[in-house]
Design a binder for this molecule. Structure first.
Ligand SMILES: Cc1cc2nc3c(=O)[nH]c(=O)nc-3n(C[C@H](O)[C@H](O)[C@H](O)COP(=O)(O)OP(=O)(O)OC[C@H]3O[C@@H](n4cnc5c(N)ncnc54)[C@H](O)[C@@H]3O)c2cc1C
Length: 413
């Protein structure tokens, strides 16, 4: 049995950045191993629905570090190693083929698994999901062959995939149960903005629609909707959300709650076992509640902090949640958590595709979305969220120079 002082379970974004941190912290050759079910070194996932899907990037462009990096620093990467069991008592991982790897300390980073469509016909060919490189490669092949596509879901995966398909001349229909795109996150004006952009580029929306079946005749697929509508298509991509990859951790000593519960240092209830990325349910000191964030930046930062901590640094994870997305030629960024907001302020001009949206809760900034705005707007957002800045909504809307804004508005004393 091979055994390592540190093992990372899962070879995704957390693993890639935690390995870099291991090297930055002068970790020794032979002391770290990464175990992954995929047949790839840790790679960046965001391009799978952007540049890689569009054929602008290749597999090697996505690697977080190349093979020479792992060789040079003596980091073992076990690929195609699907872990079937974690024995926390004997501190071992066991693969589906019976291989065993031992660990002193374990960093769990198994990420997320796509939600699958559960309707008749969903097991037929022609339905695609997007989580791994091979999924993106398969959809890329469809883009070359297919003329029509249906994208199910209007979250960021659905929106990004639809924009790449339409940019490649695929006639794309988006089907989703809500009455506006990405309703969970966007305010109605922001959804309307994006819907205009999509419609102007040839995408058809079928809103407030639920898929009830997929049927297939010859080479044509029909997406059957609850309303009775049917959409003929060459292929279907479902972007209907993800769930944390928890199957290994039920009935184990780990505390779980929708994800693996960790303390402020990202250590689980089992000493020497840590968790980071999509899987980690952590106590957030900014919003004063437990969170689980399914975004790249969170995986990068938690990967770094968890590695530093398990190497003996012990620093708490304090970070404003952040993500970015690209659709067509539009890029935007989002910080914070809008849960419980009671007011929204807009700056800029949507017609000119440069605007920002500020979510306030009791006049305290809790989240913001920024697209094509001056750098100072990007810069103040995370700082103000971290500092629980209180803002006068009128002043926020009208002030040109944000730096001059009072960030203690209405604060007593
Ligand atoms: C298509 C796509 C586009 C995205 N775009 C954006 C974006 O624009 N902006 C943004 O902020 N975020 C984006 N994300 C989200 C971001 O990529 C994730 O939050 C991030 O990858 C999470 O990192 P992780 O290491 O926790 O999990 P992952 O990167 O998913 O890695 C998990 C790894 O664990 C492995 N694994 C799981 N179970 C086992 C097991 N039993 N045995 C062995 N290995 C196992 C998996 O094979 C995988 O290699 C995107 C995600 C996808 C899929």
């Amino acid at each position: 049995m091979k055994s390592f002082p540190i093992v990372i379970l899962g070879g995704g974004v957390v693993a890639g950045y935690a390995a870099k941190e291991f090297v930055a912290q002068s970790g020794k050759s032979g002391e770290l191993a990464i175990v992954t079910a995929e047949n790839a070194l840790p790679y960046e996932r965001p391009p799978l629905s952007k540049g890689f899907l569009a054929g602008k990037e290749e597999a090697s462009d996505l690697l977080i570090s190349d093979a020479a990096f792992y060789r040079k620093h003596g980091i073992a990467v076990f690929r195609n190693f699907l872990v079937r069991k974690v024995d926390f008592r004997r501190r071992r991982l066991q693969s589906s083929s019976g291989k065993v790897i031992g660990f002193d300390q374990l960093l769990i980073a198994t990420g997320s698994t796509v939600r699958r469509l559960k309707v008749p016909g969903a097991n037929r060919s022609g339905l695609f999901y997007l989580r791994q490189m091979k999924d993106s490669q398969a959809i890329r092949e469809q883009i070359k062959r297919g003329k029509r596509a249906v994208v199910i879901g209007s979250g960021f995966i659905g929106m990004e995939v639809a924009s790449v398909l339409a940019s490649h001349g695929v006639r794309t229909t988006m089907v989703f149960p809500d009455d506006q795109v990405w309703k969970r996150l966007f305010t109605p004006p922001v959804s309307t903005f994006f819907e205009h952009q999509f419609v102007n580029r040839g995408i058809t929306f079928m809103k407030s629609e639920k898929v009830v079946a997929l049927t297939r005749k010859n080479h044509e697929c029909q997406v059957v909707l609850a309303s009775g509508n049917q959409v003929p298509t060459d292929f279907v991509v479902a972007g209907i959300g993800v769930t944390p990859s928890m199957e290994l951790f039920h009935r184990t000593p780990l505390d779980t709650d929708g994800g693996i519960k960790v303390n402020k240092f990202l250590e689980t209830s089992v000493p020497g076992v840590w968790a980071a990325g999509d899987i980690a349910n952590y106590p957030d000191p900014i919003f004063h509640r437990r969170m689980r964030v399914e975004h790249w930046d969170n995986a990068v930062e938690q990967g770094r902090v968890a590695m530093r901590n398990l190497m003996g640094k012990l620093q708490p994870f304090i970070h404003v949640p952040y993500f970015f997305s690209d659709v067509f030629d539009l890029s935007y960024e989002f910080w914070g958590d809008a849960t419980g907001y009671d007011q929204v302020v807009y700056r800029g001009n949507m017609y000119e595709k440069q605007f920002s949206v500020w979510w306030l809760k009791k006049q305290t900034l809790c989240a913001a979305l920024v697209m094509n705005r001056p750098e100072e707007e990007r810069a103040v957002v995370p700082r103000w969220i971290l500092q629980h800045s209180r803002l006068n909504p009128k002043a926020l809307q009208n002030t040109r120079n944000l730096k001059s804004l009072d960030t203690t508005f209405g604060r007593p004393g």
